[in-house]
Design a protein. Structure first.
Length: 78
């Protein structure tokens, strides 16, 4: 009996890494790190987990839930 193809799929899983630095000191001022997978989480633009300090300080995004973090430096977050 001949083999029959059961599935033929492609999946795109991506991450996003945005970093802004002070040109003079080369210190990270803003960052946005995210793991995006629409198959795992459809909300929040597919953001499964992410870290940023774009708004009022550093926070963690986990499947649509946002929690503030204690102030840490970028290297520790990354």
């Amino acid at each position: 009996m001949a083999d029959v193809k059961f599935a033929d799929e492609s999946h795109t899983i991506s991450d996003r890494r945005e970093i802004w630095m002070n040109a003079g000191s080369k210190k990270v001022t803003l960052y946005n790190l995210a793991y995006i997978n629409h198959n795992l989480f459809a909300g929040d633009n597919g953001g499964v987990v992410g870290y940023d300090n774009v708004h009022d300080g550093p926070d963690c995004h986990y499947s649509g839930v946002v929690e503030s973090m204690e102030v840490v430096n970028f290297e520790d977050v990354e």
